[in-house]
Design a protein around this ligand. Structure first.
Ligand SMILES: NC(=O)C1=CN([C@@H]2O[C@H](COP(=O)(O)OP(=O)(O)OC[C@H]3O[C@@H](n4cnc5c(N)ncnc54)[C@H](OP(=O)(O)O)[C@@H]3O)[C@@H](O)[C@H]2O)C=CC1
Ligand SMILES: O=C(O)[C@@H]1CCC=N1
Length: 250
């Protein structure tokens, strides 16, 4: 059995990913504090559910998917020593997690919301004894990238965890731009979606893509001048830096 503590956005995205990947959902348990919400999860995913109070984690594989600030409360409500604790909490270091929840092995992972479509890229670190198992579990929700340490998970949070929200804002702005110059919203949205889909398929490094698209005296060069004039590159760099710094304050 694999247990997920939490039934929020990310827990549901992981459950969808597991289901897409044909994980045996009867061998998944969801643990939480609200009976009503547990019932809904049970119906939606065909999983077993358990109330958090007094839940015994002994020898179990547990994915922790609650708010980072809930760590203290969770530790007071559960009992036992887990086999492996997989935490997806932003900003909570392995050392901190170890203080609150007892387990033989610990893994920290940073997936994203694309887990629901089995398209997350998940950064993972922790005890090498369970590296293979961690890679197996998280491969159900997409690709897995093993990183060196906690700090790299915090850095990955800025790109992988929060990244979909940043790209959503960029996508929305691109579509708005299309509408501004005269496209119908429906077409602007379709083209923008198509752009992101096309981009994900281009197997070249980033500067190579830019160089191949940017023609001398062409349309792209005009757009890039506007981006550079408005410090788009520096702004995005700072967005990543600030996001990383915030994870250190959670
Ligand atoms: N959203 C994302 O894209 C990503 C999120 N994460 C991480 O995943 C975790 C969950 O985030 P997300 O799913 O977005 O959050 P949600 O707000 O959607 O869900 C939060 C979950 O935490 C539970 N919870 C909150 N407080 C407590 C508490 N005191 N005791 C017990 N349970 C509690 C909630 O239960 P209840 O409803 O009963 O309050 C709920 O199950 C976070 O740690 C976040 O950093 C990581 C990568 C991406
Ligand atoms: O915004 C957050 O704090 C969480 C962590 C990464 C994505 N969502």
């Amino acid at each position: 059995m694999l247990y997920i503590v939490g039934y929020g956005e990310m827990a549901k995205a992981i459950l969808r990913g597991l289901k897409n990947g044909k994980w045996d959902m009867e061998n998944v348990g969801v643990v939480g504090r609200n009976e009503e919400k547990l019932k809904n999860i049970e119906k939606e995913f065909n999983v077993k559910t358990f109330l958090l109070d007094g839940f015994d984690i002994t020898d179990k594989e547990i994915i922790l998917a609650v708010k980072p600030y809930a760590l203290t409360e969770i530790s007071m409500r559960i009992k036992g020593v887990a086999n492996t604790l997989y935490s997806i909490l932003a900003g909570k270091s392995l050392t901190e997690i170890e203080k609150y929840i007892k387990a033989k092995f610990y893994i920290r992972a940073m997936p994203n919301i694309a887990a629901a479509f089995s398209a997350s890229t998940t950064a993972v670190t922790g005890d090498v004894e369970v590296k293979k198992r961690a890679e197996e579990i998280f491969s159900y929700i997409g690709d897995v990238v093993w990183v060196e340490n906690d700090d790299e998970i915090d850095m990955a949070t800025a790109i992988i965890g929060s990244g979909p929200a940043f790209l959503a804002i960029i996508a929305e702005a691109v579509s708005d731009g299309g509408v501004y110059i005269g496209l119908k919203r429906e077409i602007a949205n379709k083209l923008t979606k198509g752009l992101f889909k096309s981009f994900s398929k281009i197997d070249m490094n980033f500067s190579e893509i830019k160089d191949k698209v940017m023609s001398p005296k062409g349309t792209t060069a005009e757009g890039i001048l506007e981006m550079e004039d408005n410090k788009a590159r520096g702004t995005i760099l700072k967005v990543i830096k600030k996001t990383y710094e915030k994870s250190k304050k959670l």
